[in-house]
Design a protein around this ligand. Structure first.
Ligand code: TRP
Length: 336
C-alpha cells in the first residue's frame, strides 16, 4: 500500500490565564478548525507559560479544563488533532534547556513582551519570564512544526523561535524547519473591545470583552453599554473608532443584509445606534449561546474530559519523543 504524503505540521498554543472570548474565536479557534483536516495539528494549552505571570495555581486546573472544553465546543476534533496541555509533555522542559543555551540574555531582555511584563510585575521578574520565548520555541520545535497560527503580538516570539532553530541547526545539524506564521485564508481578523479601546482580552477589560461563557443577559448588557454618540449630522462624516468597531463586530456575527442596512443608515445620517446595538446583541447571543451550552455539557462530562486530555498527551508525547531522540543524538548527550 502506498504511504500517504505526510501533512505539514501546525502548532499553536493559548495561555490559560483567563477564559476564551470572541477574539480567541475569530483570531485563533476558527483558524484551528479550518486547519484540522489538512494539517497535522498540535494545539496546546500553555499552562507552564502562565506560571511566569500567574504563579498562584488555585484556579489553574479549572481554567485549563475550561479552555480545553471551549476548544472542543468550537469544533476541534480530538481524534483529528492533538489537543493537550503543555505540562503533560515533559520533553518540552528538556528542549527548553537546550534552546536556552542558544538564547542570548541581550535578545531576551529586548523582547517587547518581557519589557511590558517586567514593568507590570517589577517584584517578580523571574528567569522563566525572561526565557518565555525559549519555552515557546520549545513548544513549536518539539513537533518540528512548519506553521504557527498566531496573532501579531506573538510574531516577535516566533521570529526568535526561528532564530533558535537556525542556531541549533548550524551548531548541531539540521533538525528543525524554520517555523512560519500562518493563517488560514485571509488576513488576521481583529476583534475590537466594545469600548473602542484595544482588543478583547482574556484577563483585562472584562466589561468590554464578550466571553464564550457569558450568559445571554450579560452579552446583551455589555453590548448595550457600548459607547455611541448622537450619530453623523452630515453625509460623509468619518466614523469614530468606537462606532467603526461596532460595525466591525456586526460584520462578524450578523448577515450581510443587516450589516449593509446599518451602513446605509449611517451614510444617510438616519442611523439609530440603539437599534444597531439591539441587533448586535441578539446576533451575539445567537453566536455565543450554542458554544457556551456545548462547552458546559462537555466540561461536566469529567470522564470524557479526562479521556481527551490523555489522548492529546499521548499524541503530542509520541511526536515529542521522536524529536528528542534526534536532538539528543545531534547534541551528543547519549552515553549508553
Ligand atoms: N505565547 C503564546 C501567547 O501568549 C502562547 C503560546 C505558548 C504559543 N506556546 C506557544 C503560541 C506555541 C504559539 C506556539 O499567546
Amino acid at each position: 500500500m502506498e504511504k500517504s504524503a505526510k501533512k505539514p505540521v501546525v502548532m499553536s498554543g493559548i495561555r490559560p490565564t483567563g477564559i476564551l472570548h470572541l477574539g480567541s474565536y475569530f483570531g485563533a479557534l476558527q483558524n484551528y478548525i479550518r486547519m484540522q483536516d489538512e494539517y497535522e495539528c498540535y494545539f496546546m494549552v500553555a499552562d507552564l507559560h502562565s506560571l511566569t505571570t500567574h504563579p498562584d495555581t488555585k484556579s489553574l486546573r479549572a481554567n485549563v479544563l475550561h479552555v480545553i472544553s471551549e476548544h472542543l465546543a468550537c469544533g476541534l476534533d480530538p481524534d483529528k488533532v492533538a489537543l493537550y496541555c503543555q505540562s503533560a509533555i515533559h520533553e518540552t522542559s528538556e528542549l527548553y534547556f537546550y534552546l536556552n543555551t542558544l538564547a542570548y540574555k541581550g535578545e531576551l531582555e529586548k523582547t517587547t513582551t518581557f519589557k511590558d511584563k517586567a514593568r507590570l510585575q517589577p517584584q517578580n521578574i523571574n528567569a522563566a519570564l525572561l526565557t518565555y520565548p525559549s519555552l515557546m520555541a520549545a513548544d513549536i520545535l518539539l513537533h518540528r512544526a512548519l506553521y504557527v497560527p498566531v496573532g501579531k503580538d506573538q510574531e516577535q516570539h516566533l521570529e526568535m523561535a526561528r532564530n533558535f532553530a537556525t542556531r541549533f541547526n548550524h551548531r548541531y545539524g539540521e533538525i528543525f524547519p524554520g517555523p512560519l506564521a500562518f493563517n488560514f485564508g485571509a488576513a488576521l481578523v481583529k476583534v475590537p473591545a466594545l469600548d473602542g479601546s484595544g482588543k478583547m482580552s482574556k484577563s483585562e477589560n472584562q466589561n468590554a470583552t464578550l466571553y464564550l461563557s457569558d450568559d445571554d443577559a450579560l452579552i446583551r448588557k455589555k453590548v448595550m453599554k457600548a459607547k455611541t454618540d448622537e450619530g453623523p449630522k452630515v453625509p460623509g462624516t468619518p466614523m469614530p473608532d468606537y462606532i467603526e468597531n461596532l460595525f466591525h463586530l456586526l460584520q462578524l456575527v450578523s448577515t450581510t443584509e443587516v450589516y449593509e442596512k446599518f451602513v446605509t443608515d449611517y451614510n444617510q445620517c438616519s442611523i439609530r445606534y440603539g437599534d444597531l446595538k439591539k441587533q448586535l446583541a441578539e446576533n451575539m447571543v445567537q453566536f455565543i449561546a450554542p458554544i457556551r451550552e456545548k462547552a458546559i455539557v462537555i466540561r461536566n462530562n469529567e470522564s470524557y474530559m479526562q479521556e481527551v486530555m490523555e489522548k492529546g498527551a499521548a499524541k503530542a508525547g509520541e511526536s515529542a519523543k521522536k524529536t528528542m531522540q534526534l536532538v539528543r543524538d545531534a547534541i551528543g548527550v547519549k552515553y549508553f
